[in-house]
Write a protein that binds this ligand. Structure first.
Ligand code: GYE
Length: 333
């Protein structure tokens, strides 16, 4: 019985790996060279494992990576993990088996990467982290980590709130829509925010739950928050999409988003910025998804054996309503 279960599990694992490694499906965008070895056409082959397609941020990030790879003449193999770590591990293993030149990925959660990263190292394939970090102690397992400082983003959200309520009496009841559980942005945006609001006991987080970074889940969880809590003053959503889903729930409950409930989000994708300009969101902390060009530079350097910085931070700002109105016409995502 046990053996059969194990065998079935192993078989499905093999099948899944075959799907990930598969040929030309929507989830595997190669440039057509097939084998993945750079030797075929002189091009660098990059295997990229993306988190998923959960948000506007992610869509913009994927586009940036695909367009920059094409512009840099890099052969990109791309797999969408649908927010599942197991899918990412399978994709990375398939890139190792295909002997790509460089592997890059945006780890869905922070823990549990050491084994597969050691396999890449043993195969002499350099790894670059983009967007999200791993919590591995062995920093020799990857060459560089390119992305935002999510703790700073959480701090910026907290600073705005503290300032907004500085002359107002408490309690200030806050609900939080967290990102994907265990992900770096969910962990860090929470800790940065908590650090700032704990300065004043009038700030009370009365409910905090994951909305998985999606609009649908953000709406669903906000509906539950609204039912359970008669007085909500502030919503802090770890991304725009969950905030946008929550706005639908708030309106359906007969309340005015941005007025009855103040809303702070992170990302600054187009739809979020529009809601900010319309007064439905009050403040957005920017997180840039346009990592493609910097990633391709890193890939070329790493392939050439040139030294690269272990940590590369992206530059970001924040937006009020007036700033959103000004920025919207020229916004790239
Ligand atoms: O904020 C969110 C996305 O990892 C920075 O993931 C990224 C986050 C982004 O789903 O919208």
């Amino acid at each position: 019985m046990l053996l059969r279960t194990r065998l079935a599990a192993a078989m499905s694992g093999i099948l899944l790996a075959a799907v990930v490694a598969g040929c030309g499906s929507g989830d595997d965008v190669g440039s057509g060279s097939g084998s993945g070895s750079a030797a075929d056409d002189g091009k660098i082959t990059l295997g990229f494992s993306q988190v998923g397609a959960e948000s506007g941020w992610r869509t913009a990030n994927t586009k940036s990576i695909q367009e920059s790879a094409a512009a840099a003449g890099i052969d990109l193999k791309f797999a969408d993990a649908q927010q599942q770590q197991a899918n990412q591990i399978k994709a990375i293993r398939s890139y190792i088996a295909q002997k790509v030149d460089v592997i890059a990925f945006s780890p869905v959660v922070e823990t549990g990467w050491d084994a597969v990263l050691q396999e890449a190292k043993a195969a002499n394939i350099p790894v670059i982290l983009t967007d999200r970090a791993v919590d591995s102690k062995d920093t020799s397992l990857y060459k560089s980590f390119l992305g935002s400082d999510f703790v700073v983003e959480g701090q910026k959200a907290g600073d705005w709130l503290v300032n907004e309520y500085k002359d107002k009496p408490g309690p200030v009841n806050i609900v939080v829509l967290e990102g994907t559980t265990g992900s770096a942005p969910a962990n860090d945006r929470k800790s940065g925010f908590d650090e700032k609001i704990k300065a004043d006991p009038k700030f009370k987080v009365i409910a905090s739950q994951t909305g998985e970074f999606t609009r649908a889940k953000g709406k669903e969880v906000m509906e539950a928050f609204l039912k359970a809590n008669p007085k909500i003053d502030v919503l802090y959503a770890h991304n725009d999409d969950m905030g946008l889903g929550a706005i639908e729930a708030i309106e359906a409950a007969g309340k005015k988003p941005g007025t009855d409930i103040k809303i702070i989000t992170v990302d600054a994708v187009h739809d979020g910025m529009q809601a900010l300009a319309d007064g439905k969101i009050n403040y957005i902390v920017e997180c840039s998804p346009l990592l493609g060009p910097q990633l391709m530079d890193l890939v070329k350097k790493v392939k050439a054996g040139e030294p690269v910085q272990q940590r590369i931070l992206t530059e970001e700002t924040t937006f009020t309503q007036a700033q959103a109105k000004e920025a919207l016409p020229t916004r790239k995502y």
